[in-house]
Design a protein around this ligand. Structure first.
Ligand code: F6R
Length: 611
């Protein structure tokens, strides 16, 4: 949520920053700005995307070797030029960008107003900035010292970058709860919310920890804690290629990421799932097998699409391991004083590993003695770091705001986890264990079959692009996929869509059915097949338009449906990994037909690092 970039070195800072902001635009894109240090401070900012900022800066003085830039997802104050970052302090000596929320900003603002400070924006950032300036003036101290004092008073989350006229050769940064990576070059440093703006310049990075302040100069990086003690930076090598964060010939990241799924699922399974040897090797699980298998209960905590993966996992773990599972929205779990006992296992699922609600839910469960297992995509992210153990999904950077390949990666990890635990616990037979391993192993090839020809899905998208509402229905393992299909369509095409368990339809949503309502059934061949066929009849009897996701060769559903999308046959427990793919594509193509910005849907951001 909000992307931040900083540069200090020999190069011109502006082009480095703007390129970096474009890579981070998935984090927020309602306004953008830069501040450059070149003698004094120059600030340029504009409502809209980074491209609007570029247009605005044409012909302006963009010279400077030190700079900070920001792409915003509004929290305090509507998207506008004046609320865009960077902000300047009242004296004009400090410029700052911020990702996060300062919760006690109102009180601090009042104190500053009483002292005569004025504010140009509605943001909490400008309040923190002037608070730092006020401390600096009152204590006649350095910006770094003033920042340290200010942060001790601040409640909330932040990643901030500061430049100052008093510090001609430094960017000062701090983090708590919002990510910050520093890239180390030769006589230069790069700062960013994630590694994507850094990767083309250097692979050596330092992930700044919570409550640390970084003083970054061309040839020097000093890390300190809030107690002013110097910390040793832990330099890591990035395991990421530039190609992974570029579109690679696809028109949109979303389409590229949908098409990457055969490969990303394969990467996730590689070296772990060994059906020939009857083994699943996952060190995060192997090292804690007793804790996991003997858990009195498992609570899965996640948000959005990751929460849907959690629902699938609930069904799998209960079926295969006979351990009670609850799936919680992190935002509810963290506030409702849930019962968490020592020995409970919490599985946190997160693509970004930075989702604030999930993070805080985990922290409180950890304090209560729960064992935290993270299923995370972003390597080295906050959730990965606070978990006791975990398994990465290895899906590679996901740039499209709508989650696609991360979801199938999560399902692949969770399936292996359920299988491994069930087998260790003795709650599944070895025949079923081997069979499911083989089925999971066949997924990448079957995903490729679905993606080979998407013409039918594109035609369906054209036909239904003007629908005002959509209903998505599924049963059993396909129920969470109906929810995911509805979420994808809503966020990408802005069509109102609801997902329901198909049998629940007659308890309310059936009232919506009329001849203009498309009802999408995820109806692959499984235990519930005959039941869902009856549900389809109920919709047809009321003249609803039926679109089905069906198993290859299902002529019954072909006859019953207005339109149909096929997936290859597979065991019902693994089916979500396939049945979600046509729904991702359908949302993508409907979004395109409607002229939507599918990679950057309105109001959304990729990493939700605020509550
Ligand atoms: C939907 C989507 C979101 C995320 C949610 C959780 O396409 O991407 O619903 O799934 O914000 O994010 P992570 O998985 O990063 O914790």
């Amino acid at each position: 949520m909000c992307g931040i970039v900083g540069y200090i070195g020999e190069r011109e800072a502006y082009p480095v920053i703007v390129k970096g902001l474009k890579r981070l635009e998935y984090r927020g894109y309602d306004s953008a700005g830069v501040a450059l240090r070149d003698g004094g401070l120059k600030v340029y900012k504009k409502q809209g995307k980074v491209a609007d900022l570029e247009e605005y800066t044409v012909g302006k003085d963009l010279h400077g070797h030190i700079g900070i830039g920001h792409t915003r997802w509004a929290t305090h104050g509507e998207p506008s030029d004046r609320n865009a970052h960077p902000h300047l302090s009242n004296s004009g000596n400090l410029a700052m960008i911020h990702n996060g929320i300062i919760e006690n900003y109102a009180q601090i603002k009042q104190e500053l107003v009483n002292k005569g400070y004025t504010f140009k924006s509605d943001t909490d950032t400008e309040v923190l900035l002037n608070f730092i300036e006020d401390i600096q003036i009152n204590n006649t101290c350095s910006v770094e010292e003033a920042l340290r004092i200010a942060l001790k008073r601040v409640v909330g989350a932040y990643c901030i970058l500061l430049i100052s006229t008093d510090e001609p050769d430094a960017i000062i940064a701090a983090r708590k709860g919002s990510p910050l990576v520093i890239g180390i070059g030769k006589g230069e440093h790069f700062l960013a919310s994630d590694a994507s703006p850094i990767i083309e310049y250097t692979k050596e990075v330092v992930y700044v920890n919570d409550y640390e302040i970084a003083i970054v100069r061309r040839n020097e990086l000093i890390l300190k804690n809030l107690g002013n003690e110097v910390q040793t930076p832990f330099i890591q090598k990035l395991d990421m290629e530039l190609a992974a964060i570029e579109k690679g010939g696809y028109e949109h990241f979303m389409l590229k990421e949908i098409h990457e799924q055969a490969e990303t699922v394969h990467d996730c399974l590689r070296g772990r799932l060994l059906p020939d040897q009857g083994k699943i090797i996952m060190s995060g699980i192997d090292n804690h097998l007793d804790t996991l298998v003997n858990a009195p209960r498992i609570v899965i905590v996640a948000c959005g699409t990751s929460w849907h993966a959690g629902l699938v996992a609930e069904y799998m773990i209960e079926e295969l391991c006979r351990i009670p599972v609850e799936v919680e929205y992190a935002s509810e779990f963290r506030y409702r004083n849930p019962v968490v006992n020592k020995g409970d296992v919490i599985i946190a699922i997160s693509q970004s590993g930075e989702t604030a609600d999930t993070m805080v839910a985990l922290e409180s469960a950890k304090e209560k003695g729960a064992f935290i297992f993270g299923v995370v995509n972003a390597v080295g992210s906050s959730i990965a770091r606070i978990s006791h153990a975990g398994a990465y999904t290895h899906s590679g950077p996901e740039i499209g705001v709508a989650s696609t390949k991360a979801f199938t990666g999560q399902l692949a990890v969770l399936t292996m986890m359920a299988l491994k635990m069930g087998y260790a616990k003795g709650t599944i037979t070895s025949e079923r264990y081997i069979h499911l391993m083989q089925e999971l192993h066949s997924v990448p090839e079957k995903i490729n079959e679905i993606l080979k020809d998407t013409t039918a899905i594109q035609n369906i998208a054209t036909k239904y692009k003007d629908a005002e509402d959509f209903l998505f229905l599924g049963r059993g393992y396909n129920f969470p996929i109906a929810l995911e299909g509805a979420l994808k369509l809503k966020e990408i095409s802005y069509i109102h869509a609801e997902g329901y368990p198909a049998a629940e339809m007659k308890h309310g949503p059936i009232a919506l059915v009329e001849d203009t309502l498309p009802v999408l059934f995820v109806a692959t061949k499984d235990t519930y097949y005959e039941k869902i066929v009856s549900n389809i009849q109920e919709i047809k009897a009321r003249k609803g338009m039926v679109i089905s996701v069906a198993t290859e060769g299902d002529s019954l559903l072909e006859d019953m449906s207005n339109d149909i999308m096929y997936v290859p046959e597979i065991d019902e427990l693994i089916a979500p990994l396939l049945s979600v793919i046509p729904l991702q594509l359908l949302s993508y193509y409907i979004g395109i037909e409607r002229g939507c910005d599918v990679d950057k849907p309105r109001n959304l951001a990729k990493s939700v690092t605020v509550e």
